[in-house]
Write a protein that binds this ligand. Sequence first.
Ligand code: EPU
Length: 439
Amino acid sequence: MDARVMRVEGGRPLEGAVAVRGAKNLAPKAMVASLLGRTPSVLTNVPAIRDVEVVSGLLGIHGVAVEWDDAGGMIRLDPANVDSAKIADISLHAGSSRIPILLCGPLLHRLGEAFIPNLGGCAIGGRPINYHLEILRRFGAHVDKEPDGMKLTAPEGLRGTQIELEYPSVGATEQTLLTAVLAEGITELRGAAVEPEILDLVAVLQKMGAIISTETDRVIRIEGVDSLYGFTHTAMPDRIEAASWAAAALATSGSITVLGARQPDMMTFLNYFRKIGGAFEVSDEGIRFFRANGELSSIALETGVHPGFMTDWQQPIVVALTQAEGLSIIHETVYEQRFGFTTALRRMGATIQLYPNCLGGLPCRFGAKNYQHSAVVSGPTPLRAAEIDIPDLRGGFSHVIAALAASGTSSIRGIELIDRGYEHFAEKLAALGARTWRE
Ligand code: EPU
């Protein structure tokens, strides 16, 4: 069976309940943190997704004993025998993910050297790593670019430092945390990202014995310690997956209970969801999402770093906005090329125009650079089935939502990109009454 094409029969509301697993953007990073401990770590609520597989593989070849208990999504990581890996084995992971760059600090602490494969990740912009390299150099690492990746050494060890990020990058903040906790002395990070996934990583590191204080105005202070031990932690739920199902309920006029979704992590999303015409009921088990009274309203929104509207919520919500009355304006300020998925939506009947200007908000980093990073959606427009090639993870999920809301049967190619970030995706769709099958 070719698992890469999914056929989706649209036109029926999604109804029922799905459970979100642990956050894609936390679990692999907590796994990386296990390298810093002297004793084993246990992480539960781990999603069975590509980034987790990649990190398991990379940890495994560096001598970490990785044991899975699939039933509970539990992983046990024993770093007792960490050792250098063969470059040929590391290179097998080239192009697979962006997470490997976060192994730099932990491997330098453990081994005095690290080799990082060339990175992968979704094509949603240039995705440079200049902040990461600058941070590692400030800690005292030497970085050499090689054909298959990057070689790092730290002949004099890693020392705490002062870092000021020009943009609150999630990855750069994580790089700093994972390196600073065992670096000698104090590190002060200004301009840090403060996403809930980052605070969950701080919680993991604190359980390991790290001393980290998150202060006001995006300042994080880390006092390096001599050694860390293992952690036991349950990964926070995936608030991006939760929002994707919420948008699917809006777009298909359905009712979806997202078990495990947590209101505090989704405050900003919930405000916009309500303004568009969505309603939600919060309970101890999760959040039920549905339309308030049938009609959806247009809105203006701008994506941004936490506590703003997440860039990863943007694509699914755009699909719902194709069904809203009037003109919606969306200004994407995190990634310069995150509207690629709208090409397919237009073929399905949506009216969406892209603009290089910063529409409806303050000028952002991309304003003068000719990136099509603002969109105007005019609705409501009925959607019809199409043949679609998935461009990236979140864009792909949005295409599936659009296909579920459309009349007819769509054919979606590249479905493995969705499997990369959404566990048991097809099973969850089936539980909501969707008719999909793989060919
Ligand atoms: N940036 C630089 N230089 C750097 C690093 C980042 O210019 O060295 C720029 C990026 O190009 C981008 C902005 O800073 O324009 C923000 O990037 P950030 O570093 O915050 O993103 P990331 O760590 O690479 C994580 C998530 C993304 C999520 C963003 C923003 C993971 C594995 N990925 O990426 O998730 O969109 O934070 O919240 O945690 C996804 O889940 O589909 C996804 C893309």
